[in-house]
Write a protein that binds this ligand. Structure first.
Ligand code: UDP
Ligand code: MG
Length: 325
């Protein structure tokens, strides 16, 4: 990276305070941690000296936290550590780490040495261009085919659903402006959709190609099948995006439609009965009654949804990009 690029990077970070926080979720990665820390230190000591590393141990049972403890004393003042009492998932770990992060820029990266910290200064330069989120793109990926192929399909689907074209939504390596990261509500398995969530929240999201390495120690915590959970999460997210504020707009219309079909068919039979005096139970009658029952159910679900949404009014309804005080 050129010298003026480095200067540019420096202006992104706040004077004095912690400029950049690196948040790392850790689940059974004890062999990788020392190399991870030295790699980060090597890059950031020269490029962005005011940094901290927030290590979140997601309930490891391989002694990762003992390693974290020794890194905590080795890198005095640089390391913050959180230890979960059980394995709560990557989303929970990111959530806790971002909440602890004090930096103006928050970078998330995996602990397994697959993400290379050399890309951090470039990500920060990109933030400096005015982007709020810079997502990594593992263009040349060192993972098994059983992982890379479904991931391609899934990324294309997510791009279409999110209205944001990215090659690699689920890349763990990302840089955020502080407010963009803090505004994210990460839970469940939502870490796969963070760029989509940020985009929907009004953030300017872009991507850069980042180097990717094969896993050196341990094994992947995510198999191919875990992606199907991800597909379900996408449906939930899309629903919440459109109808969180007013669930009745979805369920109400479905309910009215079903009730309408039922009333239409029964009305037609009613008229026939009034005119010709004949009354027969036809399959269509059963369909009409079924349709009305379903319609009433849809309406009820919608109303319950409204009650839940209303009782959560304290939840954030807007997102602030900047404040002048
Ligand atoms: N991870 C975690 N909690 C979990 C699973 C994974 O904190 O329940 C961490 C893991 O230690 C790593 C990152 O999330 O730092 C990504 O996991 P992994 O490398 O297994 O995923 P892959 O790169 O194979 O998609
Ligand atoms: Mg990995």
């Amino acid at each position: 990276m050129s010298v003026d690029k480095v200067d540019e990077v420096r202006t992104v970070v706040a004077d004095g305070g912690i400029g950049i926080s690196i948040v790392v979720p850790v689940y059974n990665e004890k062999e990788s941690l020392p190399e991870l820390m030295s790699g980060i230190a090597e890059v950031l000591n020269t490029h962005v000296p005011n940094y901290e590393v927030v290590l979140v141990d997601d309930g490891s049972n391989d002694g990762s936290f003992d390693v974290i403890r020794s890194l905590y004393s080795q890198y005095k003042g640089r390391v913050k550590a959180i230890r979960f009492s059980r394995n709560c998932g990557k989303s929970a770990a990111l959530n806790a780490g971002i909440a602890q992060a004090g930096g103006e820029v928050i970078v998330t990266m995996d602990a397994d040495l697959q993400d290379d910290p050399v890309a951090i200064p470039e990500m920060m330069a990109k933030l400096n261009e005015g982007w709020d989120v810079v997502s990594g793109w593992k263009k040349v990926r060192h993972d098994p085919l059983g992982k890379t192929f479904p991931s391609k399909v899934w990324n294309a689907m997510t791009s279409a659903a999110a209205g944001l074209k990215l090659h690699d939504f689920n890349c763990g390596f990302k840089a955020y402006r502080r407010t963009a990261a803090k505004n994210l509500d990460i839970y469940g398995e939502r870490h796969r959709y963070l760029p989509a969530m940020a985009h929907w929240d009004g953030c300017r999201v872009t991507e850069i190609v980042v180097p990717h390495h094969a896993r050196k120690f341990g094994k992947s915590k995510y198999g191919t099948w875990r992606m199907f959970n991800g597909a379900m999460d996408m449906i939930t997210l899309l629903f919440l995006k459109h109808y969180m504020k007013s669930p009745m707009h979805f369920f109400g219309i479905m309910g009215m439609l079903m009730i309408g079909i039922g009333v239409g068919i029964l009305g037609y039979f009613g008229v026939q009965w009034a005119i010709y005096g004949e009354m027969r139970i036809r399959p269509l009658t059963i369909l009409a009654i079924g349709s009305m029952v379903m319609g009433v159910q849809f309406m009820s679900i919608g109303l319950i949804g409204e009650m839940i949404t209303n009782s959560q009014q304290s939840r954030r309804q807007y997102s602030i990009r900047e404040k002048l005080e």
